[in-house]
Design a protein. Structure first.
Length: 304
């Protein structure tokens, strides 16, 4: 059983075991605008399976407590544990570079060399699919990271053919500003994809967002890919103005706070994204955007 998703021009296969077939509608819902026709061949993909976990059989079971939402785990203990499971024999070779991550009762394996992945859902009960959305997002981030693309924690708006990224923590006003884009196309209010193409820094939509969760993105946004003209760090204030941000500061803040799943990427992917934003912050102007939610921010942005 197979679904294919297309993100930033990359086609990724999702293969479901018979036990995980019930997850297909769930994945169709969250990826709905990004489901692609099944290609003749897909080199990049992930397998999703449900695995019984006998009580006390997990070598690092204490990490599955719900107080630890997600966690990287060493590849060695994972390989040892899976090696004791006859049904997992040679299913996903685990080496020194394999990235292993736990999220609730789910385990993600990722091979940076091939971009192959596997999700094992370890609680076959009613909560089986709780970690799937998060682990799929993490896997996509790993695949993109190997090619110097990434999900960024910001709102992205394409307006008059130009792209703008609005950076801020939860509650900073990203979603509100995105909803009042004054004729712009909202690409995402939480995790657009940022990348470099033909010498330009660009942004495009992703399936991961908070705007209109039931309806999804606007149809006009799905195929938009815009050159990024400015980085805007949101600051709530009583008046509207912008202030230049030093390149070094913008680079440090983005790298530390605003790349989704950065700690879960391979060393090579982290290095690629380090270089990506080192160059991006040299060429894209950055500002602190002081604003109140009832003000038209485009009066300031268009004046740049």
């Amino acid at each position: 059983m197979l679904l294919t998703a297309r993100l930033a021009g990359r086609t990724i296969a999702l293969r479901f075991s018979a036990r995980a077939a019930a997850a297909m509608p769930f994945c169709r819902f969250y990826l709905k605008e990004f489901i692609a026709p099944e290609p003749a061949r897909t080199d990049i993909g992930i397998r999703i399976d449900v695995l019984d976990r006998p009580k006390g059989d997990f070598a690092f079971g204490s990490l599955l407590r719900e107080t630890l939402f997600e966690h990287l785990v060493p590849a060695g203990p994972v390989a040892d544990w899976l090696g004791r499971r006859p049904e997992m024999e040679a299913d996903f070779p685990i080496g020194e570079t394999t990235v292993c991550a736990l999220c609730l009762d789910g385990l993600l394996l990722f091979d940076p060399k091939s971009s192959a992945g596997q999700i094992l859902l370890l609680n076959p009960g009613p909560k089986c699919y709780r970690p799937l959305h998060r682990l799929l997002w993490m896997y996509f981030a790993q695949v993109l990271g190997e090619q110097a693309l990434c999900f960024v924690h910001c709102a992205a708006v394409s307006r008059k053919g130009k792209g703008y990224l609005f950076w801020g923590d939860s509650g900073a006003g990203k979603s509100t500003l995105a909803r009042t884009s004054d004729g712009g196309v909202v690409l995402s209010d939480d995790s657009p994809i940022f990348f470099r193409k033909d010498g330009e820094f660009r942004v495009c939509p992703s399936p991961f967002h908070q705007l209109d969760l039931l309806g999804g993105l606007e149809e006009s946004a799905i195929d938009v890919e815009s050159k990024v003209e400015g980085f805007y760090f949101l600051v709530k204030d009583n008046r509207l103005y912008r202030k230049d941000v030093a390149r070094r500061h913008a680079f440090a803040v983005i790298l530390q706070k605003y790349i989704h799943f950065f700690p879960y990427l391979s060393a090579g992917a982290r290095a690629a994204l380090f270089n990506l934003f080192f160059e991006a912050t040299r060429k894209i102007p950055s500002y602190d955007l002081h604003f109140a939610l009832n003000q038209n921010i485009w009066e300031v942005i268009d004046a740049v």
